[in-house]
Design a protein around this ligand. Structure first.
Ligand SMILES: [Zn+2]
Ligand SMILES: [Zn+2]
Length: 149
């Protein structure tokens, strides 16, 4: 009986390790290793507390509705930008925009008034970078959720 319990624990430990790369215990059952994290509140969930969605888990009776809404939202985004989903380097574009924006901003502000356009352009680039960053963040979260077995 003890051996069986240990065996089950080992199984969940392996599943948990594969999902997140680290051991997180269920937030309601501190003695159980979680099978994943809630997509909404990021808490560890054991099989009894988790509700499976297409691209993630939710706390049973707590975050189900929110995660369902979130999943629908991400699914729409993923369809709009399929290229970003396949790319392992999601943050290359936003980082590029943000760093270029910063360079233009600093250049424009530190130069004389002939280069006013530079910091305006810098602001525009920073704005674009921020938007791309938010998209990349959401896409990464979606990918993380769907990589779970
Ligand atoms: Zn939750
Ligand atoms: Zn639990």
């Amino acid at each position: 009986m003890v051996g069986g319990a240990l065996g089950a624990g080992g199984l969940w430990a392996r599943v948990g390790a594969r999902a997140g790369g680290e051991f997180v215990n269920c937030f309601q059952h501190q003695d159980r290793v979680s099978v994943g994290l809630c997509k909404s509140c990021q808490r560890g969930l054991c099989p009894d507390c988790a509700v499976g969605f297409e691209d993630g888990l939710a706390c049973r009776g707590r975050c189900e509705e929110r995660v369902a809404a979130l999943s629908a939202l991400i699914e729409r985004n993923v369809r709009v930008s399929p290229v970003a989903v396949g790319a392992p380097s999601l943050f290359v574009v936003p980082v590029l925009f943000l760093s270029m924006g910063l360079i233009f901003l600093v250049f424009g502000l530190s130069s004389d008034s002939r280069f006013t356009f530079a910091w305006i352009l810098g602001l525009v680039l920073l704005g674009c970078g921020g938007i791309y960053w938010a998209i990349a963040n959401r896409t990464r979260a979606a990918l993380r959720g769907s990589s779970r077995p």
